[in-house]
Ligand binder design. Sequence first.
Ligand SMILES: [Zn+2]
Length: 142
Amino acid sequence: MGGMLWQLDAGAPDCHKFKDEQDMDTKAIAEQKLKEIEEIAAGWGKLLAREYFPGGPGLDVSLADMEDIVARATKAIVSGAVETMTADQADQLGVQAACPGCGRMCELQRKPRTVAVRGGSADLAEPVGHCPTCRRDFFPSA
Ligand SMILES: [Zn+2]
């Protein structure tokens, strides 16, 4: 089996290859980026509240009602973000890939697949190659 591009396992098996300093820098940059993303998302949350209740929610609107609205919005954000990131990765693979069995260059096609992800689901267009020589499908790795 070829490398699956979108396995959703958390973390690589060996994360200790980098020098400690490099690792710290990378982590600090990633953490900073995540904080920026959180601020942006919090802003979206405010916009969403104003969009749904332009004059503010009535006193009859419960916390559960608010949760329902937010849950729908977060699922949409999850789908949109994951689908965009995986599509960008798929684009990097190009239109052909070498068969892992015989090395023959094969056309890549996109196979739709819905996956469950934390907080929602995403419709992926997964690149898959078919080798006519080996008569098998394969998933190219990045
Ligand atoms: Zn082959």
